[in-house]
Structure formats: C-alpha cells, structure tokens
Design a protein around this ligand. Structure first.
Ligand code: R5P
Length: 281
C-alpha cells in the first residue's frame, strides 16, 4: 500500500503516510498550456489517495489520479469535501453539487474518508463515507486557557460543544440570519462575553464574512479579545486580511486545507480511521 499525495494535500498526505508506516507513491503533475491537467502515478496494488477539494482543478486531478491507478484498491481521503454546502436544491433547477461529487468519487473508490463534512444532508449522498470529527483536536489546542467558545450560528453549535468539552471551557452561540449569499446579520443570543477572551469556532472559513460579523458583535459586547478556529481554512481571496482588519487576533485551523494557519494536524486521526477500516474488511 502506498499513499498518493494529490496536489492540494502534500503535507497531510506525507503525515498520513508516516502514521500508516508506508511510502508515498511517485507522482507527476503538469498543466498543459490550455489549462488541462496531466497526471501520472506509480502503479500500486493498493492506494490511499489524499486530496482535498478546494478548487475545480482539485476535483479534475482527483479523477485523473483514480484513473491512473487502474485496478488498484482505492481508499479516497478527501479531508475537505468541497461543494458540500450545495447539499440540496435551494432553488428549482439547481444542481445538488455534493451529490454529483459523491457519485463521481464513489464510482472509483472502494472507501472514502473525510473530516467534518458540512452537513448530515451532504453526508447522506455517500454510501461508503467515514466522517471523522476534528473538533476534539481543536478543543485540545485551547486546553488550559481561560476562553469562552462561541458558535457563529445554531448550525455549528454541536461542533462547538464538542470542542469546548475538550478545551474544558464554556460555550454559547450567536443567532445568524442570512440576508443573501454575500451578506449575513448576526444577533446575540444569551452571551456574557464582557472582558472575556473569546474563540469563535466554525467548520469552514470561506470569505470570512461570518467571522467578521461575529467579531463585530462580540467586540460590541465588550469581549477582551477574539480569536477564531476552524476545521477547513478555505480562506477565499483576502479573507485572512478581512479577519485581521476586523480585529481577530489569531486564526488557527487544521491541515485539511493547507494554509499558513493550519497548525492542527488531522493526520493521526485519519490514519487511525483508515487502519481500523482496513482491519475490519
Ligand atoms: C455556514 O453554514 C458555515 O458553517 C460557515 O459559517 C460558512 O460557510 C462560512 O462562510 P464565510 O466564511 O464565507 O462566511
């Protein structure tokens, strides 16, 4: 068995390979002048392919890796399952994007692993998916610090509850009303953050809009400092600048999306889940 590192997850793939005690397969990735991708992968009998879906090219590359592996037994590790926020037909005629992604991945892979997929609905389109929860790791990161963890909305409350349990701190949530795809309005629920060091915890930071609004609310309520933590640091465009400009003092994330803020590794957790599933099949 070898680990195939997709272009979007080189560090995490290396870490998983180390935890599994196996080598990385040799790969060649190129881009043709017209933008098409080229993939060549060393032939192996069994492959653990690690590739987050943080761009359209990541998805195309993943399909090409699968194809290059021929008849190998394939474990697909998609640490960040992009497209999962479009998990239903919000307006008539829309594609259910994550359903299309699920069908594509599962037509090649024998088993699939991901970290904190956006919703139960998104998860329901997969038949072979094992989801692991990175919230305990985020909680451990803050253990021993006197912080209060805040979910920016009700949807993330369960996740934040788990993180806070592992951090040994209090938790609460803000009510969020989405005005449009670009704009959200956040109202406090039952917070007392005056003079407290606050950590906003979410699954994804994409444009940063949710965290910026939450930070404004928390600062206006007298929070002493605001940090934020997420599983998937998508950080589209200048999202990180937006967060710092809004007064966020620190951002941390896991390495499901490899960015400068990705200081918590999910490698061990994924390697353990992969080993368990191999020994039970
Ligand atoms: C929403 O349901 C998610 O949990 C995140 O809050 C959201 O995806 C973050 O997106 P953005 O950073 O663009 O506000």
């Amino acid at each position: 068995m070898k680990v195939v590192a997709g272009k979007s997850s080189p560090l995490l793939a290396k870490r998983i390979a180390e935890k599994l005690g196996c080598e990385l397969a040799k790969t060649t990735y190129k881009v043709f002048p017209d933008g098409e991708l080229y993939v060549r992968v060393e032939r192996v009998d069994e492959a653990v392919v690690v590739q987050s879906l943080n761009s359209n090219d990541d998805l195309v590359q993943l399909m090409l890796i699968f194809d290059a592996l021929g008849n190998a037994e394939i474990t697909a590790v998609v640490p960040y399952m992009g497209y999962a926020r479009q998990d239903r037909e919000f307006n008539e005629g829309e594609a259910v994007s994550v359903r299309a992604i699920a069908r594509t991945i599962e037509s090649y892979a024998d088993r699939v692993f991901t970290v904190n997929i956006h919703s139960e609905k998104a998860k329901s389109y997969f038949r072979k998916l094992v989801e692991v929860d990175a919230m305990p790791l985020i909680g451990e990161h803050y253990r021993g610090r006197d912080v209060v963890m805040i979910s920016p909305d009700l949807g993330s409350l369960k996740r934040v509850e788990t993180a806070s349990k592992h951090a040994g701190c209090e938790f609460d949530y803000l009510e969020k009303v989405r005005i449009s795809a670009e704009k959200v309005e956040i109202k406090p629920k039952s917070l007392n953050v005056k003079g407290r060091d606050v950590v906003i915890v979410d699954d994804i930071i994409s444009t940063g809009g949710t965290i910026v609004e939450a930070t404004k609310v928390l600062k206006s309520l007298g929070a002493k400092s605001v940090e934020c933590a997420c599983v998937h640091a998508v950080l589209a465009g200048d999202a990180l600048n937006k967060l710092f400009n809004a007064g966020v003092s620190k951002v941390i994330a896991t390495d499901t999306v490899e960015k400068s803020v990705s200081v918590v590794s999910v490698a061990e957790m994924l390697a353990k889940a992969i080993s368990e599933s191999r020994s039970s099949s």
